[in-house]
Design a protein around this ligand. Sequence first.
Ligand code: LLP
Length: 435
Amino acid sequence: MLFGTHKIVNNQLTVGNVSYSEIGKKFKTPLYVYDQKLIEKCMKEYIEQFKSAMFKTKVLYASKAFSCLAMYELCNKHGLGVDVVSLGELYTALKAKTEPSKIYFHGNNKSIEGLTLAIESQIGCIVLDNEYELENIKKITKRLNKGINIMLRLNPGIDVHTHDYIQTANFTSKFGVSTYNDQKVFSLIKEIDREKLLIFKGVHCHIGSQIFAGNSFSKAAYTMLSFIKKINSETKIKVSELNLGGGFGIYYTEEDDPESTESIVQNLITNVEKYLTDNEIKIDSLVIEPGRSIVGNAGVSLYKIGAKKNTFGGKNYLFVNGGMSDNIRPALYQAKYECAVVNKMKAELEVRTIAGQCCESGDVLINNCQVAKSEIGDYLVVFSTGAYGYSMSSNYNRITKPGVVFVDDGKVKEVIKAQSLEDLIKNDILLGDNL
Ligand code: LLP
C-alpha cells in the first residue's frame, strides 16, 4: 500500500516528488527514506484530534520508534512532547532544544547518569518504575536540591493480541507495579507525597505495541480510572494526570486493518470523559504516547538488488544490500512487510523471498512475496520500516549503519549520515605490543 506523498510516475515510484531511483543514485544504500509531510500530517492529526473540554491533553512522541536531532525538531515544531527511555534519548532531545518540561522519562532500570541529567535539566516528569529507582531519585534530588515531578507506572493487567515480545501489561511483565498489588502502589504514592522535593503527578500505563483491538485501550483506560478512584479514597492524594501510553497499530500488510487516529483518540476521550462524569472524579490532564503510528508508514528502507538465487529446494531469492542489521523485526517478531522494485512499478510480478546479506539463514526480510521481475542493480524499497527500523539497527557482521534522509517537496535532506568504515573502528583499541 502506498502512503503519504508516494506516487507512481512513468513506472517509477516517487516520494515527495523525488524518485527513489534518483535518491538511490545520489546516496549510499541501504538508506532509510522518510516522507516528512506524512510524519507532520500524523503529528498534526494527534495534536488536533486529541482534545477535550474537560481536561488538558498532551501528545508525547515515543521517540524509541525513531529518534535523531531532526526528529525531535519536528516534535518541537508541532508542539508534541517526547517520551525518552534512556540517557541517550534524553541527551539527544535536549541537544535538539526540546523544552525540558515536555520530556517524560521512562524505563525500568534508569541509570544514575540518566536520572541526574533529567533532574538537573528539570524535565517534565520521571515515570517511576520501582522502589529502587525511587531511592535513587530521592538521593539525587537532595544532592542537587532540585525537585521533580513523578508519575508511577502501573500494570493494569490487560491481555492484548500482539506478539508476546511487545505485550507489556500481562501479569509477568517487567514494567511497572501491578494494580493487583494495590497496597504496594498506595505505599509508593504516599512515600512520593511525603518527600519535599518530589511532586506526585499521576499514573501511567502502556499495554503493548501494534495493537488493533480498540477495546483493549478502553479496558486499560477504565482499569486505570477505577484505580485512580481507589487511590483517591485510599490515600487522599490527588492524581492530576493519567498517561495511557501508546501502542496504536499500523498497516504493514493486508493482514492489518488499523483504526484511524481520529477514531482511536475520540474513543479514548469519550470513554475517559464518561467515566469521570459518572464517577464524579477529576483529572487535570490526559496523556498519550504514540510512536509507531507517527513514523511507521512514513519511512521505507531503500536497498539495491545485488544477486538472485533459485535454490534446488524451490525457494527463489532476491538478495539486497542490507537485511537484519537494518531491520531486525522480521527475525525478532516474525514481522511482515510489503516491498516494490522502484523503477519497475508496472512490471510483471514473480514470487521471490527478499533476503539480506548477513551471515544468518534467518536474515529474511520478506518471505515468498509477489515482486516485479527485476535486474541486478535495481532498487527495492521495503515499506513501513519507519518505526523500530533504524532505532533497532545494529552493526552485526560489522555492517555499517545506513543513513537517514527526509524527503519534502522535491528536497532530500540528510538527517543521519551513514556510518563510515572509520566510524566502525573508532572505539576499537589496537593492542599492538600489549597483545
Ligand atoms: N510508551 C511506552 C511506555 C512504551 O514502552 C512504548 C513502546 C510506547 C509508548 C510507544 O508504543 P508504539 O506507539 O510505538 O507502539 N520494538 C518493538 C516495539 C517495542 C515498543 C516498546 N514500547 C517493535 O518493533 O515492534
